[in-house]
Design a protein around this ligand. Structure first.
Ligand code: SB7
Ligand code: NI
Length: 188
């Protein structure tokens, strides 16, 4: 199982690489990795598992964060988060997006970043995405709100991009044109 000690931090070169496409059928190793990424996000939202294994909560995690440069991530929102999305995304793509932007009013955090970095992270408000599941079956879905933000945060990890790369360096809280603010009451 993935623990905090397995998560690479800011400064690690894998976080700045473009991750490789994954081939199907999945190798046993890739399948295990995808399942472990999902297991981490599910456990990281469970009070008892957090205590027991000293996990940091996260709604998503991407393979490069455990030092594997492959295009795989998992996103999971706990049932009572008010969202419903639980996906393993392999070779994910954004096929179209809104002109309107969105940002989290509280800013973003990252399991690979051990400090608080204030500022708005502009994202697309709505996205249509494609990805493959563990069986190599392609699916397509539309996302908005927090799930759309989480998907873009994870997709960035596959492209070597960190959330703070998007923050305006001159004024981290400068108004973002044509954007809606999203507030969340759950962690990360
Ligand atoms: C804020 C946090 C996340 C997504 C969107 C907004 C995920 C945090 C956990 N991760 O570091 C995942 O890459
Ligand atoms: Ni992250």
């Amino acid at each position: 199982m993935i623990l905090m000690k397995d998560i690479v931090r800011e400064g690690h070169p894998t976080l700045r690489q473009r991750a490789e496409e994954v081939k199907f059928p999945l190798s046993a190793e890739d399948k295990k990795l995808a399942e472990e990424l999902m297991e981490y996000v599910v456990n990281s939202q469970d009070e008892e598992m957090i205590e027991k294994y000293d996990l940091r909560p996260g709604v998503g995690i991407a393979a490069p964060q455990v030092n594997v440069a492959k295009r795989i991530f998992a996103i999971h929102f706990d049932e009572d988060s008010g969202e419903n999305l639980s996906i393993i995304a392999i070779n994910p793509k954004i096929v179209s997006h809104s002109v309107e932007k969105a940002y989290l009013a509280s800013g973003e955090g990252c399991l690979s970043v051990d400090r608080f970095i204030p500022g708005y992270v502009p994202r697309y408000a709505r996205i249509t995405v494609k990805a493959s599941d563990l069986e190599g079956k392609e699916y397509k879905m539309r996302l908005k709100g927090l799930p759309a933000i989480a998907f873009q945060h994870e997709l960035d990890h596959l492209n070597g991009v960190m959330f703070f790369d998007h923050i305006n360096p001159d004024n981290p809280f400068a108004e973002i044109e044509n954007a809606i603010a999203i507030s969340r009451d759950i962690e990360e």
